[in-house]
Design a protein around this ligand. Structure first.
Ligand SMILES: [Zn+2]
Length: 337
């Protein structure tokens, strides 16, 4: 039976297990915000306060870019799209969220942040949603080509690592971004990571949702003015997939966001310094992950097949293993997907 699982149904299914994971693990996994910051890095002036260092590429003069690249030659590329995110969230949530996370990570760990790209693979069949390519199209030509070219230009300008963070995550968008990152890592000779932000917060209970508890909590922490829960009304909430967003809190958003930001900052510090062996093992891990996701989707004719066990916690250690460069253990975990 080729029973298709639609994204909203799938995310709804995942939400219950995500909720269990939160209740069961709260307090165990520590947010990484407490990691020591090397003295060469900017101080913890990453709270969005006035006077913090400018890391947005498009807002910098040439000498400022040169100096920042001498300190940490990493470029963050946030991705998202324009998509309905419930009555309580803005349509640009995915890219705005990813951009906030990247800016705070760059302030903490170094690196610069490219302007966010609005336009991704897929999108809900809801109003005010720009669907650039079909929801399940792992053979993307528009998004793949554009993001690949952005990364190639980053490397041509001297960046020694690229972190592509997608805040928009249909299954195909995730596959396309991780797959192109693997291919670019091989062809460019510098590490390129392409991941949705929630993969770095699986162990603190966020398994990805759509405009539900997770995304809404993140925005309450990162961009509170963009959220208006009073517009939400009672369930069922139109175009929302996951745990009820009325349960979203700034504190939950802080826990998820700080885990993600801490890991991104550590990756920014590490990735330009990886030797050939580390790069090779990184590529092997990321390739194993995306190959597993693609092969399950192809064999089972269900695009989300590779995510079925995420809610059970089988891949929760991914973020920690990545920053600890335990790439071989990530390869082993992919068999459990
Ligand atoms: Zn979203």
């Amino acid at each position: 039976m080729n029973q298709e699982i639609h994204r909203r149904q799938f995310l709804g299914t995942m939400a219950s297990s995500a909720f269990l994971a939160v209740s069961g693990s709260s307090g165990k996994a520590k947010p990484e915000s407490a990691d020591p910051v090397p003295s060469s890095s900017p101080s913890a002036a990453d709270q969005g306060s006035n006077g913090s260092r400018e890391v947005r590429l498009e807002r910098l003069h040439p000498n400022e870019i040169k100096l920042a690249m001498q300190q940490c030659p990493v470029l963050f590329q946030p991705l998202g799209t324009i998509e309905w995110h419930g009555l309580h969230n803005i349509t640009g949530l995915d890219a705005v969220k990813a951009h906030h996370l990247c800016v705070r990570a760059a302030l903490r760990g170094g690196g610069l942040v490219a302007p966010p790209l609005f336009g991704g693979v897929g999108g809900l069949n809801e109003p005010y949603t720009f669907v650039m390519e079909p929801e399940d199209d792992v053979h993307s030509v528009l998004v793949r080509a554009w993001v690949e070219k952005l990364c190639r230009e980053a490397v041509r300008q001297g960046f020694k690592a690229v972190i592509i963070l997608t805040g928009h995550y249909g299954a195909a968008q995730q596959v396309v971004i991780r797959d192109l990152a693997v291919r670019l890592s091989r062809s460019l000779g510098v590490p390129v990571l392409g991941t949705p932000e929630y993969f770095l917060a699986l162990d603190v209970g966020y398994h990805g949702d759509h405009a539900a508890w997770g995304e809404t909590s993140l925005m309450l922490y990162l961009d509170a003015k963009s959220v208006d829960l009073s517009r939400l009304g009672n369930p069922p909430h139109q175009g929302v997939g996951g745990r009820d967003p009325r349960e979203a809190t700034r504190a939950d958003g802080e826990r998820l966001a700080e885990t993600i930001i801490g890991r991104l900052a550590r990756l920014a510090q590490q990735m330009p310094k990886w030797d050939d062996d580390a790069q090779r093992r990184f590529i092997a891990a990321e390739a194993a992950l995306v190959n597993r996701q693609m092969s399950l989707a192809a064999s089972e004719k269900v695009i989300w097949a590779g995510w079925r066990n995420i809610g059970k916690g089988v891949f929760s250690e991914y973020g920690r293993l990545l920053v600890e460069q335990k790439f071989d253990e990530i390869v082993a975990l992919t068999a459990k997907l």
